[in-house]
Design a protein around this ligand. Structure first.
Ligand code: COA
Length: 254
């Protein structure tokens, strides 16, 4: 699986999204590779921290749109949902490095990472409404909790991008650095975490997350059911068809 590179060094497993020609958009095979890696890292005592990173020019353009069109109603067993559940329940620290566009799941997966470092070229966007669908990865509740309702509404209803400075201000990311330094900073922080007692890291993260864990998992399933239904409806067909045909969507009839 060349589209997801997996490295294990000094207790840190690094997943590099490596499909730059398609702006690091995620295919089902890539979700499965990440889900498998997280499962393996969870049970492997030699992995203490996981880092997720992209390219210096792009973190991820979100779900591969051709895959979306091939599997319009993926169901609860879909690779993306396995990836999300494994991410949400991952017991050890997760560190992300984000440069360039982080679209859709490129942004929403960050709600489930513990530390996020961004290049100053990072641009976050959750364009679900503009695609005729609805939020995923529990972003329908987590965005408002993090940013406050009105900023979340701007991000989710208008689907407007926000840059690294705004992401820092709302607390979605920890620090902004030049893009050439983002992956290195994430690695350095991961190594610091890897040197700490793993049992304390796991227990601390469990206590920090446990109040909302079941709710987050339930919301992910509810969002997925709506998302799957909406994928088959006219608004999404128009939005995705327009992307493939490289034209502006026309929502005047939906
Ligand atoms: N799925 C499939 N292919 C994608 C993709 C996606 N989500 N995002 C980009 N690509 C492909 C483009 O089709 C293009 O392929 P081509 O060279 O064969 O024509 C290539 O990646 C480069 O994309 P392009 O749009 O030309 O790059 P850009 O630098 O101008 O813009 C983005 C980058 C990320 C802003 C833009 O590609 C984008 O908005 N992508 C769609 C994001 C999206 O809606 N994702 C779904 C979220 S739920």
């Amino acid at each position: 699986m060349q589209d997801i590179l997996i490295d294990r060094t000094d207790g840190v497993m690094t997943l590099t999204i490596n499909r730059v020609a398609k702006k690091n958009s995620f295919t089902n095979a890539m979700y499965s590779a990440c889900a498998d890696a997280l499962e393996q890292a969870s049970g492997d005592a030699s992995v203490r921290v996981v880092v997720i990173q992209g390219d210096i020019t792009v973190f991820s353009a979100g779900n591969d749109i051709a895959d979306f069109l091939d599997t319009p109603t993926p169901g609860l067993g879909a690779p993306v949902l396995r990836f999300l559940r494994n991410l949400v329940t991952f017991p050890k620290p997760l560190v992300a490095a984000v440069c360039g566009p982080a679209v859709g799941i490129g942004t929403t997966m960050l709600f489930h990472c513990d530390l996020v470092y961004a290049g100053d070229n990072a641009a976050f966007v959750m364009p679900f409404v503009n695609l005729g669908v609805c939020p995923e990865a529990a972003s329908s509740i987590l965005a408002a909790q993090l940013m406050g309702y009105h900023r979340a509404a701007e991000a989710l209803l208008l689907g407007e991008p926000f840059m690294a400075e705004a992401a820092l201000e709302v607390g979605l990311i920890n620090r902004i650095v030049p893009p050439t330094e983002a992956n290195g900073l994430a690695q350095a922080q991961a190594r610091k975490l890897a040197a700490k007692p793993l049992s304390s890291l796991i227990e601390t993260k469990r206590l920090m997350k446990k109040g909302q864990l079941q709710q987050v998992l339930d919301v992910i399933d509810e969002e997925a059911q709506s998302f799957g239904r909406m994928m088959g409806e006219p608004a999404a067909r128009e939005a995705f068809g327009a992307f493939m045909e490289k034209r502006k969507p026309d929502f005047s009839k939906v």
